[in-house]
Design a protein around this ligand. Structure first.
Ligand SMILES: C[S@@+](CC[C@H](N)C(=O)[O-])C[C@H]1O[C@@H](n2cnc3c(N)ncnc32)[C@H](O)[C@@H]1O
Length: 193
């Protein structure tokens, strides 16, 4: 089931909202290993992530056209470490081995139904001391796009959901200079005993 209000404007407009390379440097500072992205869209963050690791970036999207676009562009850009798959991650799960990922990226999505369930799944696929990053449209100010204000989570709400899903070391990530309409959060799975 497609997440509510998860459609996108034209790519030319979408790309004006982000400096994806700078955002990834902040959201995934210790890049390395394999990472999973939930919802590739136009690949705005997929390509930036793939440039930061030799590991595999698996990205899932329910829209075949988005996946086809990301696959084609990954080839054009010479980024062989991207695996884009058509998959409904709400209905069908992630299809990723437990404990296998260094990082999970969840951007512009957590206004969905059952966000804690999704975050629990994310924790499950992360290795010990793996990290998750969340980015979302600001809820404290009008923005040129984004889901309706009444379903937008605040950064504090996302932090609470991360904690409920079992993440630790939940920290805000300042995206003001690269994505002025967004906030970021990063969190970690606990180290294995
Ligand atoms: C608002 S866009 C964000 C895309 C990307 N994360 C970004 O920030 O540029 C959300 C994406 O998630 C995809 N999506 C929504 N519900 C989904 C689901 N249940 N399973 C897989 N993809 C889904 C949409 O097709 C869309 O491409």
């Amino acid at each position: 089931m497609k997440c509510r209000e998860s459609g996108m404007p034209e790519e030319a407009l979408w790309s004006t909202f982000f400096d994806a390379g700078q955002a990834l440097r902040k959201l995934w500072p210790q890049a390395g290993g394999d990472a999973l992205e939930l919802g590739c869209g136009y690949g705005t963050f997929t390509f930036a992530a793939a440039r930061r690791t030799d590991g595999l970036i698996t990205t899932l999207d329910i829209e075949p056209a988005m996946v086809a676009l990301v696959r084609a562009r990954a080839t054009e850009l010479g980024l062989p470490n991207i695996q884009a798959q058509v998959r409904d991650f709400v209905a069908d799960g992630f299809g990723i081995a437990p404990g296998s990922q260094s990082h999970v990226m969840i951007y512009n999505l957590l206004h969905m139904d059952e966000p804690v369930r999704l975050l629990r799944h994310a924790r499950h696929v992360l290795r010990s001391e793996g990290t998750v990053s969340v980015m979302h449209w600001r809820s404290d100010t009008p923005t040129p796009r984004g889901p309706p204000m009444d379903i937008r989570p605040s950064a504090e709400m996302c932090a609470t959901w991360l904690a409920q899903a079992g993440f630790t070391q939940i920290e805000p990530v300042d995206l003001g200079d690269c994505c002025p309409f967004h906030y970021g959060l990063a969190a970690r799975t606990a180290a294995e005993a």
